[in-house]
Design a protein around this ligand. Structure first.
Ligand SMILES: NC(=O)c1ccc[n+]([C@@H]2O[C@H](COP(=O)([O-])OP(=O)(O)OC[C@H]3O[C@@H](n4cnc5c(N)ncnc54)[C@H](OP(=O)(O)O)[C@@H]3O)[C@@H](O)[C@H]2O)c1
Ligand SMILES: *[C@@H]1O[C@H](CO)[C@@H](O)[C@H](O)[C@H]1NC(C)=O
Length: 305
């Protein structure tokens, strides 16, 4: 800790005011944040968790972390064979229980069904991790309105439907909702227009809902996760040749999401510097950030659709 004595403060005030006050603000903010509870894996022990989009990628890795922490896990996605393997591995890793429900989140009745199954199989719910996304294209917006509508069903409306169905259980447990979003849900990115729209929608819905929970003293936390480029198979296949950034590891990403949810954080940034710094620039120099973002793409390598 830095030691600041009273005379120092007094003499330097005029000149230092401009730099010292923001600096003290940072120190205070740091103390405030670090004074909050630290993450311990035991926080998830025996907790009942739904992970959507858990057949592969970040969702699959979240299931394995939760298994090691001793949670009850319900995984869902469309491909039952993959989910079966995830469940087997979760049980080996130490999950209190692990089960699956397969189906498509295009269908709101299925989204509600998954929550009902959590009630039947686990007798309640402590954490709802909303992570799945429907397949989209990585290229210029092609004008297909039907695709935007379909993607909104999968990436947005099913999140709303699951939240509504899960709320009674989450209120009872003082539980958490974890929403996996993206930098593309905070800043305009090219070549993912429909996807970006669905991610911005999540921010609007869940940030507004969080305000209402706060006003109504609803003790259900909402954590929005703002992720950069992650090395999942699907993201690498779609964007590795075009995005001039090295991807971050999905295993660590999955752990950071779980930590943020368990600590009831408002938002998670992963990786921190490569998401938080651009967002600070966004609020002060939006056009400059737009320019920096465009520089991150090798448009030559865009697949011609
Ligand atoms: N990877 C990145 O670079 C990156 C960057 C920023 C944000 N994110 C976010 O992180 C989350 C996970 O991304 P990821 O890269 O791990 O994705 P991923 O590997 O492509 O996994 C997507 C998951 O969603 C499931 N899914 C696809 N269509 C579905 C449907 N119609 N109904 C239900 N489930 C469906 C898939 O399984 P089935 O095919 O078996 O259904 C799979 O389990 C997403 O919310 C994504 O937006 C990722
Ligand atoms: C809200 O829920 C959390 C986690 O379940 C609990 O630790 C906390 O004490 C609860 N707060 C209130 C005000 O009930």
């Amino acid at each position: 800790m830095m030691k600041i004595t009273a005379p120092d403060l007094h003499c330097g005030m005029g000149r230092l005011q401009k730099s010292l006050i923001p600096f003290l603000g940072l120190v205070l903010a740091f103390c405030f944040y670090s004074a909050r509870e630290n993450f311990k894996p035991e926080m998830l022990k025996g907790k009942r968790v739904i992970v959507t989009g858990a057949s592969t990628g970040i969702g699959e890795q979240m299931a394995y972390h939760l298994a090691r922490m001793g949670s009850h896990i319900l995984v869902t996605a469309r491909t039952e064979a993959k989910l079966q393997k995830v469940v087997e591995r979760c049980l080996k890793l130490g999950a209190a229980s692990a089960q699956l429900v397969s189906g498509s989140m295009e269908d709101m009745a299925f989204a509600e069904h998954v929550v009902k199954e959590a009630e039947n199989l686990m007798g309640g719910l402590d954490m709802l991790i909303l992570n799945h996304i429907g397949k989209s294209y990585f290229s210029y917006f092609d004008g297909d309105v039907g695709h935007v509508q379909k993607l909104l069903q999968i990436n947005f409306l099913s999140y709303v439907a699951m939240t509504v169905s899960a709320l009674p259980m989450l209120k009872e447990s003082g539980g958490s909702i974890v929403v996996v979003s993206s930098m593309a849900g905070k800043v305009g990115f090219p070549f993912t227009v429909p996807y970006s729209a669905t991610k911005f929608a999540l921010d609007g819905f869940f940030s507004s809902l969080r305000q209402e929970f706060s006003i109504q003293s609803v003790n259900v936390s909402i954590t929005l996760c703002v992720l950069g480029f992650i090395n999942t198979e699907s993201a690498m296949k779609a964007a590795a040749d075009v995005v001039l950034m090295s991807p971050a590891p999905k295993e660590e990403c999955a752990l950071e999401i779980i930590k943020g949810g368990a600590l009831r954080q408002r938002e998670v940034y992963y990786k921190y510097a490569s998401t938080k710094i651009p967002l600070l620039i966004r609020d002060w120099a939006a056009e400059f950030l737009d320019y920096l973002v465009r520089k991150r793409y090798n448009v030559e390598n865009l697949k011609k659709n």
